[in-house]
Each structure stands twice: as C-alpha cells, then as structure tokens.
Write a protein that binds this ligand. Structure first.
Ligand SMILES: Cc1cc2nc3c(=O)[nH]c(=O)nc-3n(C[C@H](O)[C@H](O)[C@H](O)COP(=O)(O)OP(=O)(O)OC[C@H]3O[C@@H](n4cnc5c(N)ncnc54)[C@H](O)[C@@H]3O)c2cc1C
Length: 552
C-alpha cells in the first residue's frame, strides 16, 4: 500500500509544529494529526508565558548581566542532579541544549520574526552553593507576544507548507495505536472525533464518528505530557516528594492527558524517568476558568512571606522564586497540600505576575503603552487586581487579626494562631531597616534590588509588612498546580526512540514533553525555567530534521 506521507507527526503543539515545518521545508510530505480541533493549534504553548532560557543574550548584556555557556552548564547540572544509569541520553541532551541556548537559538528564532521583551526575568534563584540548584543570573526571556508569539512563526511556516501541499493537518483525529510490522513503524490508526467548535482550551467532545489509518515509514510522537490527568500524576508521584497531594489544580488543558504516552509505551518504546515531574506550589484557582480545575501560577517576586498550613514560615532558602521542588517537598512534608503567602498591597502591585498568555494582555497584545504601566502604575496589573477581588484564594483585610481569622475560615482547618504569625512577621519587620540584616529573605530582597530589571518591575522597595501605609494586608492560599512532565521516551540526539530491548525502533521519533523534552528527561530532577518551550524547539527541530533525512 502506498504511504500517505513521508512522516506523520502526532500532536500539533509546539514540538509537533516545529518538527513538521522542518520536514516540509526539506521538501518532504508530512501529516500532522491532532485529537483537538484546528482552533487548538499550538497546544499548551499558546497558553504559555513564552519564557525562554537563553544564555549570554544581548538582552542580558544590555542589563549588565554577565552570563556564559560554562556558567549555564554548571547551573543546569547542579539543578538536574543526574544520578541514574538512565541519565546517559538525558545528560547528552542537556549538554546539547545548553549549547543551543547559548548559541543559535536566539538568532534562529529572530530570523523568523520572534522578538523578546527587554527586561530579563530571574526564575529559580536557588540559594544553596555554587554547584547546587538555581540560575546564577537572570535568564528568563519573555517572548514579546507571550505564548502566541512563540507559536506564530511556526504556524505561519506550517500554513505556507500547507498551501503548497507539503503539509496536511488532520484535526479531530485521535491516535489510538501505532501501526507496526516486525518492530518497524508503518503508520498510525485511531478514531475520528465529531467536529467541535468549542473555544480553544476548553474540553472538546470525545464522540467517535469513524476510524482512520494513515501510513508512513516514520512517526514522530509529540503528544505532550500528563499534567491534565491527575490520576496519572498521582500514579507516578515519587516517594521522595512525600504522599501525592489529595487536592491539585490543573495548570494545563485536559488534552494533556498522557494517553498517547501509554499507547507508545505499549508499542514497545522505552519510557524513562516517569517519576520526575515539575509541579508548582503557588497555584490559585482561576476565577474565570477555561479548562477543568483551571489553576494559574503566581510568578512571585521575592518579598511575600511564606507560611505553611500550620502557620510556620518556610525555612531558608525556600523563599518565593527560589526552588520549586524544594518547596513542594517541604509543603508535602507538613501533611497539608497548601500553604500561604502574606503580603501587602505594595508587594502585590509590583511583584505579582501571573503565568499564562491570557493573564498578560499587555505583553500578549504587544502593547508598549500597557506594558510600561508595570513600572509606573499605582495599582497592580488589571488581571492581578481581578484575582484579588474575585479569586477564591485571596483575602484582603486592614489588620492582621482579621486576616488570620479569615485564613482559618477559608482553609477550614483552624490551624493558624494569630500570635504565632504576628511574632514571625514582627521579627522579619525588625530586620527591614537593619543594614546588618540576618534574615536571609530580607538579604535576598536587597540583592534583587541590585538588579535593575527586578528593581524596575519585580521587587517592591523594602518595607514593614505591618506598616499600614503599605496596606491593606493580603493573604493568598496557594495550591499545588500540575504542569510539566520531565521524564519521557528515551531518545538519541536524532530523537529516535529506543525500545525496551535497548535498540532503536525503526521509524519512531519523539519530541517535546513526550520525550522529556529530549533524551527522556534532559532536565533531570529540576528545571531552570523557560526550558520547556525551548526544549520543544530543540527536540522538535532535531526530530524533524532527522526524520526528513531518513526519508531520503
Ligand atoms: C499556562 C502555561 C504557561 C507556560 N509557560 C511556559 C513558559 O513560560 N516557558 C516554558 O518554557 N514553558 C512554559 N509552559 C510549558 C510549555 O508550554 C509546554 O511544556 C509545551 O508547550 C509542551 O508542548 P508539546 O508540543 O510537547 O505538547 P502539547 O502542547 O501538549 O501538544 C500536544 C498535542 O498533542 C495532541 N495529542 C495528544 N495525544 C494525542 C493523540 N492520542 N492523538 C492525536 N493528538 C494527540 C494534543 O491534543 C496536543 O495538541 C507553560 C505551559 C502552560 C500551560
């Protein structure tokens, strides 16, 4: 039987789009199959903040940040903590990826029209030693246009290829099986789902109206991770992070269901590091949800005080923005799956950013006029103010006694004792004006303000939390928010998938989150942030180029 294409790509997210456009540009025929409708093209990346890990960029240099490939590699390895036999390919991918981020990544994107917001963010700051977790310097480069801005160049290239017949989309086609003969890929088969015009990101119908088989000598699995499937997240939850949370909210749409990962594994692909995941601890219920259990991550600046469910301040260095999995480990160790920020109006106004394209209309809409208000506005950005007013996790009060009493009422656990919280805040407040400060979080605030980017838009000027002039007081109940899958299919640097027997499966490739962003887990245990979209770009590109080359 004749092939329908040279390569089939499963998934029209960022990784799939990058792979498909590379294939089409090399003159080969490619089909992109996606279970969702056309309105969903771009997958998770559309919703993303568009943050990219870049090393020694012109944006960093303009802000006086001295970065280098060696420093980034040191940070990456300290963060990844590779320690398994299975880490052979993940480590090689990590080395190749850091070289990409310090090399051609920015120019490759720029040539396609991609642009970057000039203030570089500083995520995952660590707080251990030089070889430990964290970014030694700010490296989080936000795409001008956020998530849609990173999808746009690849969608444009894909549409061009579609118009000349090299690329075909098959939307509402759900792959249920890989077609294989004698261990060699021959195509995919599955169900045709009924058309559904539901809004992007919302759960679409799963009503089956037919079936299909598509034939090609190569298939790239770019089907995303498992974050929308809480049962799978709990099943894979590592013992080292304690018991799986009873309550979680979803940082990803429902199509991030992990189903294709099971299908590909059942076909013989080797899935490694499935216990490595990247979930956030600063999740808040979206008052205006798009997908089921929709949660938003707060990207916090350094000043909010962080308390566990019992009212104990999180220990150093677990301050906002330091070590996501360290915080998750600590919080799960308390026996409760939530924690609290206490802050002031002055802090929320300058320091709260919300991750996601729809929460940042200024950057997403590429409006300089609106964006400039981040530095000059009297209030918090409108989406943050909306959460403060309407979000189920936000409490605003003029005095601490009322705040704590409302916090107890919201959690229903009644664990917080006013005097205990008050003593800790007052102790921290005494350090604020002390130039010899011993409080590590206050030291971090002073350090952050030495960086012009933080001083401009991310760090409030130091003040006492209990100073009414900076009020009202605000408490935010923080939930565990599922997001990324760090493990995946073991692949070589050409994104070819290994089978359970350790041999390459002929014709099978994996990219993006399904491949642990390359190799089966190039992040190791943790991420430096902005590395997921970049991981889709790099692994999608490698997969597309290799599959096109193999097609002759
Ligand atoms: C709100 C938000 C903010 C984020 N911010 C950032 C950020 O700032 N920086 C960063 O680096 N990362 C960020 N991320 C993470 C990043 O966006 C994702 O990790 C990345 O986009 C995943 O891309 P992917 O192509 O691997 O998978 P996906 O985007 O999940 O795409 C997979 C596609 O495969 C399809 N599919 C799945 N199974 C099947 C099947 N059986 N048959 C057919 N089709 C199937 C799905 O419908 C989907 O369209 C963010 C994510 C979110 C949700």
């Amino acid at each position: 039987m004749a092939d329908d294409a040279d390569v089939i790509v499963v998934g029209g997210g960022l990784a799939g789009l990058v792979a498909a456009t590379e294939i089409a540009d090399s003159g080969k025929r490619v089909i992109v199959v996606d279970q969702e409708g056309e309105q969903n093209l771009g997958g998770q990346a559309f919703w993303s903040f568009g943050g990219l890990f870049l090393v020694n960029s012109p944006e960093q240099r303009r802000l006086g940040i001295k970065d280098s490939h060696d420093l980034a590699l040191q940070d990456w390895m300290g963060t990844a903590g590779f320690d398994r036999d299975d880490d052979h390919w993940p480590k090689r991918w990590a080395e190749a990826y850091v070289a990409f981020a310090a090399g051609e990544k920015r120019e490759w994107l720029r040539a396609m029209g991609h642009r970057i917001f000039p203030v570089v963010g500083w995520a995952e700051r660590g707080g251990y030693d030089a070889m430990g977790h964290g970014n030694s310097v700010p490296r989080f480069h936000v795409t001008w246009g956020t998530g849609p801005g990173i999808v746009e160049p690849f969608e444009r290239r894909a549409r061009e290829a579609q118009s000349i017949g090299r690329l075909t989309f098959r939307f509402r086609h759900r792959v249920d099986a890989l077609v294989m003969t004698n261990g060699k890929i021959e195509g995919v088969g599955g169900a045709v789902l009924e058309p559904d015009t539901i809004e992007r990101g919302k759960s679409s119908s799963r009503m089956v109206v037919g079936d299909f088989t598509l034939r090609a000598p190569a298939v790239i699995v770019a089907s995303g991770g498992i974050g929308g499937n809480h049962d799978l997240v709990r099943q894979n939850w590592p013992k080292r992070l304690g018991e799986p949370p009873r309550h979680m909210i979803s940082g990803v749409p429902e199509h991030v269901d992990g189903r294709m990962i099971g299908i590909t594994e059942a076909a013989g692909a080797r899935l490694i590091n499935r216990d490595r995941m990247w979930h956030y601890v600063e999740g808040i219920w979206n008052w205006n949800p798009i997908w089921p259990r929709h949660g938003i991550r707060i990207l916090p600046g350094p000043s909010s005080m962080w308390f566990d469910a019992t009212g104990k301040r999180l220990p150093a260095p677990l301050f906002p923005g330091s070590d996501t999995l360290g915080q998750l480990h600590y919080i799960m160790g308390t026996g409760y799956d939530y924690s609290w920020f206490i802050l002031t109006q002055s802090i929320i106004k300058k320091e709260f950013a919300l991750s996601g394209s729809e929460q940042n209309p200024d950057l997403t809409g590429k409006s300089w006029r609106m964006t400039i208000k981040r530095a000059t506005n009297k209030g918090a950005p409108a989406p943050v103010e909306a959460f403060k007013e309407k979000g189920a996790d936000f409490i605003v009060r003029d005095n601490l006694a009322e705040l704590v009493s409302a916090m107890n009422a919201l959690s229903g656990d009644n664990l917080l004792v006013l005097e205990h919280i008050k003593a800790q805040i007052e102790a921290r407040d005494r350090e604020i004006a002390n130039p010899y400060v011993k409080d590590a979080q206050v030291m971090n605030i002073h350090k952050a303000r030495r960086y012009i980017g933080d001083k401009l838009i991310r760090t409030a000027s130091p003040h006492r939390i209990l100073d009414p002039g900076h009020g009202p007081l605000i408490a935010v109940k923080l939930n565990i928010l599922t997001r990324k899958t760090l493990g995946g299919f073991e692949t070589d640097l050409d994104s070819r998938v290994f089978g359970a027997d350790g041999q390459i499966i002929q014709g099978l490739y994996a990219a993006g989150e399904a491949a642990g962003f390359g190799g089966g887990g190039m992040h190791g245990y943790r991420s430096l942030e902005g590395t997921f979209l970049g991981g889709c770009l790099f692994s999608g590109r490698n997969a597309g180029r290799a599959a096109a080359k193999a097609a002759g």
